[in-house]
Design a protein around this ligand. Structure first.
Ligand SMILES: O=C(O)CCC(=O)C(=O)O
Ligand SMILES: [Fe+2]
Length: 245
């Protein structure tokens, strides 16, 4: 008998962050995390320069960012995650009312992702489930002079992230609203996240296991993230290939 799912936690707004970022420390149990990790087909990885990637059910088309699909998300990505996201109402107001696309990113220690925005191909909601090692996600202002998020933090001539969020294994991070549109996010390519403490980590008080970082450092292990999104443009690939209708 599978163990009963944990009750999804009430979304925890992060005190010093835009209110449209919420962190749920214990979204998946340790058993669910390891089952999910071992279900990822090893044939599906796309190697990139500083991480590797799986796109489910398929990559978007390069020119119009359309999801051409004849298939749904595979069960290992939907169960138990989609019912829990629905219970939390996370995709309640998006075009399809549920995620239809998942990017799986795997980072070895020392790998990261440059600051970027996820852009208009998706409804402005991303739900990130973290597996494996913990990592610090950095939130940057756009620095383009428009709107409130252009303030950047310059310390001794060096540009610093506005916020740092520690993503623990089994956690869920939801980014929507202005946090989705007005900021960039990235992960530094380092083997150890330093300054992991109350003063520097925006979600310090809502972490599941602060004790793990008592030394102020997070030594990176391999981390896998699942980013659930609602792609706005969807076409039935069978129709396009002339195999149907
Ligand atoms: O791994 C993460 O938490 C972030 C991934 C990401 O930003 C992306 O896939 O667009
Ligand atoms: Fe992203």
């Amino acid at each position: 008998m599978p163990s009963p799912p944990p009750t999804p936690s009430t979304p925890l707004p992060l005190p010093t962050l835009p209110k449209t970022i919420t962190y749920h420390p214990t979204f998946l149990t340790p058993t669910e995390q390891s089952t999910l990790l071992s279900s990822l087909p090893q044939t599906h990885w796309i190697p990139l320069s500083n991480r590797r990637l799986q796109a489910w059910p398929s990559p978007l088309t390069p020119t119009t960012s359309t999801l051409l699909t004849t298939t749904r998300l595979p069960p290992f990505l939907t169960d138990p995650i989609l019912p829990r996201l629905a219970q939390l109402g996370i995709f309640r107001n998006t075009a399809h009312g549920a995620p239809n696309h998942v990017l799986v990113n795997e980072y070895a220690p020392g790998q990261g992702i440059m600051p970027h925005e996820d852009g208009p191909a998706y409804a402005g909601v991303v739900a990130t489930v973290s597996l494996g090692g913990a990592v610090v996600l950095e939130i940057w202002g756009k620095g383009d002079g428009e709107g409130s998020a252009d303030e950047t933090s310059i310390v001794e001539g060096e540009r610093k992230p506005l916020y740092r969020i520690l993503q623990e294994p089994g956690s869920l991070l939801v980014t929507t609203g202005e946090a989705y549109t007005d900021y960039l996010h990235g992960i530094a390519a380092v083997e150890v996240d330093e300054d992991v403490n109350e003063a520097s980590i925006a979600n310090w008080h809502v972490l599941g296991d602060r004790g793990a970082y008592a030394g102020g450092r997070n030594v990176r292990g391999t981390r896998t993230s699942l980013t659930y999104r609602d792609v706005l443009r969807v076409r039935d690939g069978r129709r396009i290939l002339g195999l149907r209708g």
